[in-house]
Write a protein that binds this ligand. Structure first.
Ligand code: IPE
Ligand code: IPE
Ligand code: MG
Length: 260
């Protein structure tokens, strides 16, 4: 693992079966879950039908992440820009969030998942905020996997908030560092994702974690989100493990980055 908890025997076995290097499992994976609408349209169904089927892919991704010992999984569930969708679709997505939280929180808790959120949570309907708070507090002791839902989230929104906080704090310009900016983002304390997955064949990041993805490896797959399975997650990690990460440095003969 890049850093993090030591792997248990089951996780080591999954790595072996999947042909993955247990010492190079990303600590933090971020996913842009895209393609629900197209998946439904292909079946002559409403877009909401696609969102409902996307929930299963969330469950499978959480399981796959835990099977590999990934520590943080951030899922882009609703962007600031998604408020521009028809109000019926927005309402259906909010209802789906509440229903899923009600149904799944106990199970998530039993699995050792800690639920967290990033984004403009105050912009969500009251009922969503209440359910999220309950789910966060019910799972806050768990140490298996941090499941971070990005809701009403956009990177530009987050950065503007960080800048406002910094100005408010009265910090002098020479004291502003990259660490201090990170500490004012909603991901404070969470390591940056090493791997970002986007489904549905789109090759863009749609205002997601612009700062935090500075050195992430990107895995784009044409698979539509409701078709995303555990095997798709393992494929993405395999792809990640085949990348050479240089961070602007050079590799020595052992393929380690040389840093002065
Ligand atoms: C992703 O699927 C889910 C959300 C953005 C909430 P989409 O709804 O964007 O599906 P497509 O991209 O239209 O197929
Ligand atoms: C990105 O998907 C947002 C989420 C997955 C929540 P979109 O479907 O909204 O992104 P664009 O509009 O194709 O860039
Ligand atoms: Mg989309």
């Amino acid at each position: 693992m890049l850093v993090g908890n030591p792997m248990n025997a089951q996780q080591l076995e999954v790595c072996e079966v999947q042909g993955l290097n247990a010492s190079r499992i990303p600590r933090h994976v971020a996913i842009i879950m895209d393609g629900n609408g197209r998946w439904a349209e292909e079946r002559g169904e409403s877009r909401v039908f696609g969102h409902m089927h996307g929930v299963e892919a969330v469950r499978l991704s959480v399981e796959a992440a835990m099977e590999l010992g990934v520590r943080h999984l951030t899922l882009y569930a609703f962007s600031t820009e998604n408020w521009n969708r028809p109000k019926e679709e927005v309402a259906a997505l909010m209802n789906l969030l509440v229903d899923t939280l009600v149904k799944e929180v106990r199970e998530l808790g039993n699995k050792g998942v800690r639920l967290r959120t990033i984004g403009d949570i105050a912009a969500l309907p009251e009922i969503c905020q209440t359910q999220l708070k309950e789910a966060e507090s019910a799972t806050k002791q768990n140490e298996g996997l941090d499941l971070i839902l990005a809701l009403s989230y956009s990177s530009k929104w987050e950065m503007v908030e960080a800048i406002k906080q910094l100005i408010d704090s009265g910090i002098s310009p020479e004291k502003v560092t990259a660490e201090c900016v990170s500490d004012h983002l909603s991901t404070k304390g969470i390591p940056d994702p090493e791997l970002m997955i986007r489904t549905s064949g789109e090759h863009r990041i749609s205002n997601f974690l612009l700062w935090q993805l500075a050195y992430a490896e990107f895995h784009f797959t044409p698979t539509l989100w409701p078709d995303f399975k555990k095997a798709s997650f393992f494929d993405a990690v395999r792809d990640f493990q085949n990348r050479e990460r240089r961070f602007g440095g050079l590799l020595d003969t052992n393929h380690n980055v040389t840093v002065k």
